[in-house]
Ligand binder design. Structure first.
Ligand code: CP
Ligand code: NVA
Length: 308
Protein backbone atom coordinates (compact mmCIF):
# COMPACT_ATOMS: atom_id res chain seq x y z
CA UNK A 1 0.00 0.00 0.00
CA UNK A 2 1.75 3.15 -1.11
CA UNK A 3 -0.48 6.14 -1.56
CA UNK A 4 2.16 8.85 -1.91
CA UNK A 5 3.97 9.14 -5.26
CA UNK A 6 6.73 11.50 -4.18
CA UNK A 7 10.16 9.99 -3.39
CA UNK A 8 10.27 8.23 -0.04
CA UNK A 9 11.89 10.29 2.72
CA UNK A 10 13.19 8.73 5.91
CA UNK A 11 14.13 10.19 9.30
CA UNK A 12 17.09 8.03 10.28
CA UNK A 13 19.27 10.75 11.73
CA UNK A 14 18.96 14.46 12.40
CA UNK A 15 20.95 15.42 9.29
CA UNK A 16 18.23 13.91 7.07
CA UNK A 17 16.26 17.19 7.19
CA UNK A 18 17.28 20.75 6.44
CA UNK A 19 16.82 23.70 8.76
CA UNK A 20 13.97 24.96 6.56
CA UNK A 21 12.25 21.58 6.90
CA UNK A 22 12.61 21.73 10.70
CA UNK A 23 11.11 25.19 10.67
CA UNK A 24 8.16 23.79 8.73
CA UNK A 25 7.88 20.89 11.21
CA UNK A 26 7.89 23.28 14.18
CA UNK A 27 5.21 25.49 12.61
CA UNK A 28 3.08 22.40 12.00
CA UNK A 29 3.76 21.19 15.56
CA UNK A 30 2.46 24.47 16.99
CA UNK A 31 -0.67 24.22 14.83
CA UNK A 32 -1.30 20.54 15.60
CA UNK A 33 -0.64 21.03 19.33
CA UNK A 34 -2.95 24.03 19.58
CA UNK A 35 -5.76 22.19 17.80
CA UNK A 36 -5.28 19.09 19.94
CA UNK A 37 -5.44 21.18 23.13
CA UNK A 38 -8.78 22.59 21.96
CA UNK A 39 -10.15 19.08 21.33
CA UNK A 40 -10.49 19.78 17.60
CA UNK A 41 -10.34 16.64 15.49
CA UNK A 42 -7.61 16.48 12.84
CA UNK A 43 -7.53 13.24 10.88
CA UNK A 44 -5.22 13.70 7.87
CA UNK A 45 -3.89 10.14 8.23
CA UNK A 46 -7.22 8.32 8.18
CA UNK A 47 -6.77 4.74 6.94
CA UNK A 48 -2.98 4.98 7.24
CA UNK A 49 -1.09 2.44 9.34
CA UNK A 50 2.12 2.86 11.29
CA UNK A 51 4.18 -0.24 12.17
CA UNK A 52 6.29 0.22 15.30
CA UNK A 53 9.15 -2.25 15.65
CA UNK A 54 10.86 -2.34 19.02
CA UNK A 55 14.04 -4.27 19.80
CA UNK A 56 14.52 -2.38 23.08
CA UNK A 57 11.97 -1.30 25.72
CA UNK A 58 10.16 2.05 25.63
CA UNK A 59 7.48 4.08 27.35
CA UNK A 60 7.52 7.55 25.75
CA UNK A 61 8.40 6.56 22.19
CA UNK A 62 5.78 3.86 21.96
CA UNK A 63 3.09 5.91 23.60
CA UNK A 64 3.74 9.10 21.65
CA UNK A 65 3.80 7.34 18.28
CA UNK A 66 0.81 5.12 19.03
CA UNK A 67 -1.33 7.88 20.55
CA UNK A 68 -0.14 10.33 17.88
CA UNK A 69 -1.14 8.05 15.02
CA UNK A 70 -4.59 7.47 16.55
CA UNK A 71 -5.06 11.21 17.07
CA UNK A 72 -4.26 11.80 13.38
CA UNK A 73 -6.96 9.30 12.38
CA UNK A 74 -4.68 6.35 11.62
CA UNK A 75 -3.77 3.08 13.30
CA UNK A 76 -0.55 1.85 14.90
CA UNK A 77 0.70 -1.72 15.27
CA UNK A 78 3.29 -2.65 17.90
CA UNK A 79 5.82 -5.40 17.16
CA UNK A 80 8.47 -6.45 19.66
CA UNK A 81 11.38 -8.52 18.33
CA UNK A 82 10.64 -11.30 20.78
CA UNK A 83 7.14 -11.77 19.37
CA UNK A 84 7.97 -11.37 15.69
CA UNK A 85 9.98 -13.39 13.18
CA UNK A 86 12.76 -10.78 13.42
CA UNK A 87 13.54 -12.34 16.79
CA UNK A 88 13.96 -15.71 15.07
CA UNK A 89 16.44 -14.42 12.53
CA UNK A 90 14.30 -13.28 9.58
CA UNK A 91 16.56 -10.97 7.55
CA UNK A 92 15.81 -7.31 8.13
CA UNK A 93 15.69 -6.80 4.35
CA UNK A 94 12.86 -9.36 4.02
CA UNK A 95 10.96 -7.86 6.95
CA UNK A 96 11.24 -4.41 5.35
CA UNK A 97 9.86 -5.65 2.04
CA UNK A 98 6.85 -7.26 3.71
CA UNK A 99 6.07 -4.66 6.37
CA UNK A 100 6.28 -1.80 3.89
CA UNK A 101 3.75 -3.49 1.61
CA UNK A 102 1.23 -3.66 4.45
CA UNK A 103 1.85 -0.39 6.26
CA UNK A 104 2.31 3.24 5.25
CA UNK A 105 4.98 4.23 7.76
CA UNK A 106 7.48 2.38 9.94
CA UNK A 107 9.15 3.40 13.20
CA UNK A 108 12.04 1.28 14.49
CA UNK A 109 13.94 1.21 17.78
CA UNK A 110 16.97 -1.05 17.42
CA UNK A 111 20.67 -1.53 18.10
CA UNK A 112 23.16 -0.54 15.36
CA UNK A 113 22.29 2.30 12.99
CA UNK A 114 23.23 -0.04 10.12
CA UNK A 115 20.12 -2.15 10.90
CA UNK A 116 17.71 0.75 10.37
CA UNK A 117 19.62 1.80 7.26
CA UNK A 118 19.29 -1.69 5.78
CA UNK A 119 15.59 -1.65 6.63
CA UNK A 120 15.07 1.77 5.02
CA UNK A 121 16.97 0.71 1.92
CA UNK A 122 14.45 -2.09 1.40
CA UNK A 123 11.33 -0.16 2.44
CA UNK A 124 8.72 1.31 0.09
CA UNK A 125 7.52 3.64 2.84
CA UNK A 126 9.14 6.21 5.16
CA UNK A 127 11.14 4.84 8.08
CA UNK A 128 11.62 6.74 11.36
CA UNK A 129 14.44 6.14 13.83
CA UNK A 130 12.89 5.64 17.27
CA UNK A 131 16.41 5.26 18.79
CA UNK A 132 19.52 3.35 17.80
CA UNK A 133 22.85 2.93 19.58
CA UNK A 134 24.09 5.91 17.56
CA UNK A 135 21.15 8.35 17.34
CA UNK A 136 17.80 9.44 18.80
CA UNK A 137 16.54 12.07 16.32
CA UNK A 138 12.90 12.12 17.52
CA UNK A 139 14.12 13.08 21.00
CA UNK A 140 16.12 16.07 19.78
CA UNK A 141 13.24 17.12 17.52
CA UNK A 142 11.14 17.47 20.69
CA UNK A 143 14.00 19.00 22.71
CA UNK A 144 14.80 21.76 20.22
CA UNK A 145 11.09 22.49 19.83
CA UNK A 146 10.73 22.68 23.62
CA UNK A 147 13.67 25.06 23.93
CA UNK A 148 12.22 27.37 21.26
CA UNK A 149 8.77 27.19 22.85
CA UNK A 150 10.21 28.19 26.23
CA UNK A 151 12.94 30.64 25.26
CA UNK A 152 12.65 31.61 21.57
CA UNK A 153 15.32 31.03 18.90
CA UNK A 154 18.07 28.52 19.71
CA UNK A 155 20.52 30.01 17.17
CA UNK A 156 23.55 31.46 18.93
CA UNK A 157 22.64 29.90 22.31
CA UNK A 158 24.78 27.47 24.33
CA UNK A 159 23.66 23.97 25.27
CA UNK A 160 25.72 21.99 27.82
CA UNK A 161 25.76 18.21 27.53
CA UNK A 162 27.01 16.55 30.73
CA UNK A 163 27.65 12.79 30.77
CA UNK A 164 27.89 9.97 28.28
CA UNK A 165 28.71 10.66 24.63
CA UNK A 166 25.77 8.46 23.62
CA UNK A 167 23.01 8.42 21.01
CA UNK A 168 21.31 11.51 22.47
CA UNK A 169 24.61 13.43 22.63
CA UNK A 170 25.45 12.46 19.01
CA UNK A 171 22.09 13.83 17.89
CA UNK A 172 22.58 17.10 19.81
CA UNK A 173 25.88 17.44 17.92
CA UNK A 174 24.05 17.16 14.60
CA UNK A 175 21.37 19.61 15.72
CA UNK A 176 23.99 22.19 16.79
CA UNK A 177 25.28 22.39 13.24
CA UNK A 178 21.83 22.61 11.68
CA UNK A 179 20.46 25.25 14.08
CA UNK A 180 23.79 27.00 14.64
CA UNK A 181 24.00 26.87 18.43
CA UNK A 182 27.01 25.92 20.54
CA UNK A 183 27.26 22.54 22.22
CA UNK A 184 29.59 22.20 25.22
CA UNK A 185 30.26 18.53 25.93
CA UNK A 186 31.79 17.11 29.08
CA UNK A 187 32.28 13.36 29.43
CA UNK A 188 34.49 11.40 31.85
CA UNK A 189 37.92 10.35 30.59
CA UNK A 190 37.62 7.33 28.33
CA UNK A 191 34.05 8.21 27.28
CA UNK A 192 34.86 11.15 24.98
CA UNK A 193 33.13 11.67 21.64
CA UNK A 194 34.57 9.73 18.70
CA UNK A 195 36.88 12.24 16.95
CA UNK A 196 34.84 12.27 13.72
CA UNK A 197 31.75 13.48 15.61
CA UNK A 198 33.41 16.74 16.63
CA UNK A 199 32.05 19.76 14.78
CA UNK A 200 32.83 23.46 14.57
CA UNK A 201 29.82 24.07 16.84
CA UNK A 202 31.02 21.82 19.66
CA UNK A 203 33.64 22.17 22.35
CA UNK A 204 34.89 19.48 24.74
CA UNK A 205 35.50 20.15 28.43
CA UNK A 206 37.27 17.91 30.93
CA UNK A 207 35.48 19.74 33.76
CA UNK A 208 31.66 19.55 33.65
CA UNK A 209 31.37 22.83 35.60
CA UNK A 210 33.24 24.59 32.80
CA UNK A 211 30.91 23.04 30.22
CA UNK A 212 27.86 24.29 32.12
CA UNK A 213 29.25 27.81 32.53
CA UNK A 214 26.98 30.38 30.89
CA UNK A 215 24.77 27.72 29.23
CA UNK A 216 21.17 28.49 28.26
CA UNK A 217 20.28 24.82 28.58
CA UNK A 218 21.88 22.03 30.61
CA UNK A 219 21.02 18.49 29.61
CA UNK A 220 22.11 14.97 30.44
CA UNK A 221 21.08 11.33 30.10
CA UNK A 222 21.58 8.01 31.88
CA UNK A 223 25.13 6.83 32.52
CA UNK A 224 24.33 3.42 31.03
CA UNK A 225 22.23 3.26 27.88
CA UNK A 226 20.15 0.29 26.78
CA UNK A 227 22.35 -2.43 25.37
CA UNK A 228 25.34 -1.44 27.51
CA UNK A 229 24.12 -2.91 30.81
CA UNK A 230 27.24 -5.10 31.24
CA UNK A 231 29.28 -1.88 31.73
CA UNK A 232 26.96 -0.53 34.41
CA UNK A 233 29.14 -1.19 37.44
CA UNK A 234 32.23 0.46 35.94
CA UNK A 235 30.18 3.37 34.65
CA UNK A 236 28.70 4.04 38.10
CA UNK A 237 32.26 4.73 39.29
CA UNK A 238 33.51 6.55 36.21
CA UNK A 239 30.58 8.97 35.97
CA UNK A 240 30.34 9.85 39.66
CA UNK A 241 31.47 13.47 39.11
CA UNK A 242 29.23 13.99 36.08
CA UNK A 243 26.00 14.56 37.99
CA UNK A 244 24.00 17.68 37.13
CA UNK A 245 23.44 19.18 40.56
CA UNK A 246 22.44 22.59 41.92
CA UNK A 247 26.04 23.89 41.81
CA UNK A 248 26.28 23.01 38.13
CA UNK A 249 22.96 24.72 37.37
CA UNK A 250 24.31 27.76 39.21
CA UNK A 251 27.28 27.86 36.85
CA UNK A 252 24.84 28.09 33.94
CA UNK A 253 22.81 31.21 33.17
CA UNK A 254 20.28 32.26 35.77
CA UNK A 255 17.41 31.49 33.39
CA UNK A 256 18.95 28.21 32.14
CA UNK A 257 16.62 25.30 31.49
CA UNK A 258 17.24 21.68 32.44
CA UNK A 259 16.20 18.83 30.13
CA UNK A 260 16.47 15.04 30.27
CA UNK A 261 15.07 12.65 27.68
CA UNK A 262 13.92 10.26 30.46
CA UNK A 263 13.84 7.75 32.00
CA UNK A 264 16.08 9.37 34.65
CA UNK A 265 17.99 8.08 37.64
CA UNK A 266 17.76 10.67 40.42
CA UNK A 267 20.99 10.71 42.42
CA UNK A 268 23.03 9.45 39.45
CA UNK A 269 23.22 11.66 36.35
CA UNK A 270 20.95 14.29 37.93
CA UNK A 271 20.22 15.47 41.47
CA UNK A 272 16.60 15.32 42.57
CA UNK A 273 16.58 19.05 43.35
CA UNK A 274 17.48 19.81 39.71
CA UNK A 275 15.19 17.43 37.85
CA UNK A 276 12.27 18.27 40.14
CA UNK A 277 13.28 21.94 40.46
CA UNK A 278 11.95 25.12 38.86
CA UNK A 279 14.40 25.14 35.91
CA UNK A 280 13.42 21.66 34.79
CA UNK A 281 11.11 21.37 31.75
CA UNK A 282 11.18 17.58 31.52
CA UNK A 283 7.40 17.13 31.44
CA UNK A 284 6.93 19.71 28.68
CA UNK A 285 9.83 18.03 26.84
CA UNK A 286 8.25 14.57 27.16
CA UNK A 287 4.81 15.85 26.08
CA UNK A 288 6.32 17.50 23.01
CA UNK A 289 7.42 14.07 21.75
CA UNK A 290 3.73 13.59 20.91
CA UNK A 291 3.18 16.88 19.11
CA UNK A 292 6.47 17.00 17.17
CA UNK A 293 6.13 13.40 15.99
CA UNK A 294 2.59 14.06 14.77
CA UNK A 295 4.04 16.85 12.60
CA UNK A 296 6.82 14.46 11.51
CA UNK A 297 4.37 11.74 10.45
CA UNK A 298 2.21 14.29 8.62
CA UNK A 299 5.29 15.57 6.77
CA UNK A 300 6.59 12.13 5.82
CA UNK A 301 3.21 10.98 4.51
CA UNK A 302 1.67 14.15 3.09
CA UNK A 303 4.60 16.48 2.44
CA UNK A 304 4.49 20.17 3.31
CA UNK A 305 0.89 20.61 4.43
CA UNK A 306 -0.16 24.25 4.72
CA UNK A 307 -2.49 25.29 7.57
CA UNK A 308 -5.88 23.59 7.34
N1 CP B 1 13.04 9.29 25.87
C1 CP B 1 12.62 8.13 25.37
O1 CP B 1 12.84 7.80 24.22
O2 CP B 1 11.91 7.37 26.26
P1 CP B 1 11.45 5.86 26.09
O3 CP B 1 12.67 5.00 26.18
O4 CP B 1 10.49 5.63 27.22
O5 CP B 1 10.78 5.71 24.76
N1 NVA C 1 20.61 6.93 25.93
C1 NVA C 1 19.43 6.24 26.38
C2 NVA C 1 18.21 6.95 25.92
C3 NVA C 1 16.91 6.34 26.38
C4 NVA C 1 15.71 7.05 25.86
C5 NVA C 1 19.46 4.81 25.88
O1 NVA C 1 19.83 4.60 24.72
O2 NVA C 1 19.12 3.90 26.64
Amino acid sequence: MQAARRPVRHFLQFTDFSRAEYEHLFARTRWIKDRFKRYRRYWPLEDRTLAMIFEKPSTRTRLSFEAGMHQLGGAAIYLFTRDSQLGRGEPVEDAAQVISRMCDLVMIRTFEQSIIERFAHNSRVPVINGLTNEYHPCQILADVFTFIEQRGAIKGKTVAWIGDSNNVCNTWLQAAEIFDFKLNVSTPPGYEKEPDRKTKNSESFADPMQAAKGAHLVTTDVWTSMGFESENETRQRDFEDWQVDAAMMKAARKDALFMHCLPAHRGEEVAKEVIDGSQSVIWEEAENRLHTQKALMEFLLLGKVKGR
